[in-house]
Design a protein around this ligand. Structure first.
Ligand SMILES: Nc1ncnc2c1ncn2[C@@H]1O[C@H](COP(=O)(O)OP(=O)(O)O)[C@@H](O)[C@H]1O
Ligand SMILES: O=P(O)(O)OC[C@H]1O[C@](O)(COP(=O)(O)O)[C@@H](O)[C@@H]1O
Length: 303
């Protein structure tokens, strides 16, 4: 079974305005509300691609209840630890450019954190755990390391989609898959903006550290894949971006779904890029039909 773990889920509140007038009253042209947070997005896209998963994490208040209801409507299993306080609301402002304001999230007590750890302790060697998104400030900074250590102890596979010190601390666990974007890759190695040549150098370095599959996404500029079998590049298909929130999470789900379906690496990578772009081109996350329409336009080249 695939488990996704979102320590800090969100209700993503997408607000479209014609033009943002700072310091004035703005009236929205359209608002949309989605269950969000990186692991939850991975679970939602996996379901759309025909793969079941269980969403783990913390949920609280009316916003937490909204997320659970939406996931149930989509027939996604969830096993959240219920916490006092409210799951955060992340504002995604669309005014030509995309501006995001992500909330902090509720404080998580140590007893609640222990309940989540107990769920991870029940994993077995057939399981995959996706650790994705930011760590709420109230949890110990090494919470991901602790959860990853439990996962490795049980020989389950780890998938990582996070950034900063949390990402750095997890590399020693030799994850099955990591998906930094090029900014996160640069931050990981303490360097500034990366050229494509530098992405290749640092991406390969991650595989040398024992990570099985590395995908480095670069928004509209496409993505690289690095692994034992191959190093690959794919341009992102061209299209009109409607909402790129969740594009990275969709890539993770796309790769896992194709890999679980036994597709060769190059095809799984193409499917992953198509899933990312299909999400960028839609208001909500991608559908299977959108991904399968787009995948024929993804050309993968071997480096
Ligand atoms: N403007 C865009 N045009 C086409 N595809 C895009 C665009 N933005 C994102 N994508 C797709 O989504 C993937 C992930 O996007 P990216 O922004 O790099 O991830 P993250 O959300 O993790 O930062 C890209 O590799 C690409 O396939
Ligand atoms: O945990 P973080 O880093 O604050 O990110 C949470 C946000 O990331 C998202 O999961 C989207 O992530 P991506 O655009 O990177 O795929 C949103 O749904 C959510 O609002």
């Amino acid at each position: 079974m695939i488990y996704t773990c979102t320590l800090n889920p969100s209700v993503d509140y997408v607000v479209h305005v014609d033009e943002l007038r700072v310091g004035e009253l703005n009236r929205a042209m359209k608002t949309l509300t989605f269950p969000g947070g990186k692991g939850i997005n991975v679970s939602r896209v996996l379901k759309r691609l025909g793969v079941d998963s269980t969403a783990l994490g913390f949920a609280g208040g009316f916003t937490g209840a909204f997320i659970e209801n939406e996931l149930r409507k989509e027939e996604i299993a969830c096993d959240f630890v219920h916490v006092p306080g409210q799951t955060r609301i992340n504002v995604k402002l669309k005014a030509g450019l995309e501006t995001e304001i992500n909330g902090q999230g509720p404080a998580i007590a140590s007893e609640d954190a222990a309940q989540l750890t107990a769920k991870i302790e029940a994993l077995s060697a057939d399981d995959v755990l996706v650790l994705a998104g930011s760590v709420p400030p109230s949890l110990p900074a090494d919470v991901y390391e602790q959860l990853a250590a439990e996962t490795v102890k049980r020989q389950a596979r780890l998938v990582i989609d996070t950034s900063g010190p949390a990402l750095r601390s997890l590399l020693a666990c030799r994850p099955f898959l990591v998906k930094p974007n090029h900014h996160e890759l640069a931050e990981l190695f303490g360097v500034s903006a990366l050229t494509k040549e530098e992405v290749v150098i640092y991406g390969r370095r991650l595989t040398e550290m024992g990570i099985c599959h590395v995908i480095v996404s670069m928004g509209g500029d496409g993505a690289f894949y690095f692994g034992k079998e191959a190093a690959l590049f794919a341009e992102a298909p061209k299209g009109t971006v409607k909402n790129s929130v969740g594009a990275g999470d969709s890539m993770v789900a796309g790769f896992l779904a194709a890999y679980a379906g036994g597709k060769p690496i190059a095809e799984a990578f193409a499917y992953s890029v198509a899933a990312g772009s299909a999400t960028a081109f839609s208001e909500d996350l991608c559908t299977k039909e959108e991904v399968e329409t787009l995948v024929g336009r993804v050309r993968v080249v071997r480096l």
